[in-house]
Ligand binder design. Sequence first.
Ligand SMILES: Cc1cc2nc3c(=O)[nH]c(=O)nc-3n(C[C@H](O)[C@H](O)[C@H](O)COP(=O)(O)OP(=O)(O)OC[C@H]3O[C@@H](n4cnc5c(N)ncnc54)[C@H](O)[C@@H]3O)c2cc1C
Length: 431
Amino acid sequence: MRTGTLIIGACQAGVQLACSLRELGDTDPIVLVGEEPHAPYQRPPLSKAFLKGEATADSLTFRTHEFYTEHNIELVTRERIVSIQRDADGGEATAESGRRFEFARLALTTGAVPRQIPFEGSELEGVSYLRSITDAALFERRVHTAQNVVVVGGGFIGLEVAAGTCVVGKTVTVLEAAPRLVGRAVSEATSAFYLAAHRRRGTRVVLNAQVSRFLGQHDRVTGVELASGDVIPADVVLIGVGVIARTELADQLGLAVDNGVVVDASALCSDGLTVAAGDCTNLPNPTPKSSATPGGIERLRLESVQNAVEQAKVAAATLLGLPAEYSTVPWFWSDQADLKLQIAGLSGGHDQIVLRGDPETEKFSVLYYRAGQLIAADCVNRPLDFIAVRAMLHSGQQLPADRAADLSLPLKKLAASAVETAPAVPVLIGK
Ligand SMILES: Cc1cc2nc3c(=O)[nH]c(=O)nc-3n(C[C@H](O)[C@H](O)[C@H](O)COP(=O)(O)OP(=O)(O)OC[C@H]3O[C@@H](n4cnc5c(N)ncnc54)[C@H](O)[C@@H]3O)c2cc1C
């Protein structure tokens, strides 16, 4: 009879899942298998401290080898699982090397890969992506000897890299295809702020930039040609245009896949046996019912550390047959130069925003409302706003929009006084 859990994908979600199984009292064998050569490590610093030389591969690992041994978690690196056979009692996974792993329970934490753009010249030396430590080390070496750095994609990772390389004296250009930066995640007000802030710090940002090809000489990239005919000189190019969930094993198992492995609120896949967690999943919106308003997002992918950790905890409980439901206020952060952005909640479908503070001071929050209810906030260098909004979204406590801009009181106090004096229906102040 098969025993134990096989976790495929040894990073943020996989490590958490293994640790949570032990915390929940599971004493069966656990095998955590990953294709990368490194012990599991944190990815967020790869576009931040690592690029600035303030973190090393060693300093980014989550746990020591002794930790895995002590907790009886068998960590297997450099093995890519390529096929899985399973039935209700478990199954067997096979790695590219031919090595086989039997299991009674199976978890997929396979993450995501950078979206590739097949432009002419993509194969030139110097054209880079950033997902792994290996990618980051290669990019860092390339930047070291480069003068002109071009970042294709004005999302979080692209902007973090731009901010990090700009401070080391490079000429940095960000090319964004959309009319604004980070358009999928933040409001126009936040986008406009980041555009101005990056330009102030010396980064050139081109919006509505349609890349047509990468130019090169002797197999090395030398520039990026835009549809307008402009050529931006480049010794190194970073492409940061989003990620694609890794679903190849889920596809092979016949699990439901729709822009990610489809899971329910208990992290269970469509076969009712396998669990999945982290960047690879497409999940029901976890926002607590108390703060969810009609018209919100029903299913989504969340690419964040918080999601990988919290969903993995739920997946571990589900594997052990314990009741668990993923319910949390999604949050995210991005560090760009000295600007700390913290986002609480999901702003999709908002019909009103309130600006709290002056973006010119580089310390402000954008609060998002839907049907008069606070649903999310982008907080730039305002950590107390972030903490207060997160707590309000957790508890369902409301903050009327007409009071949110008042900087004379902390948000926490404003929310508390709103409860004492709240009118039956929250007052709205324009759209
Ligand atoms: C540069 C960068 C900066 C980021 N910054 C932030 C940030 O500031 N804040 C934030 O919240 N999030 C940030 N993120 C996102 C965050 O790191 C991810 O959301 C998180 O790592 C997801 O964890 P995961 O375990 O689901 O997936 P991953 O970390 O991608 O791990 C999946 C692992 O599975 C392995 N794998 C896949 N398929 C197989 C297979 N068939 N066999 C064996 N192994 C396999 C992969 O190689 C990988 O090691 C950042 C990500 C990057 C790349």
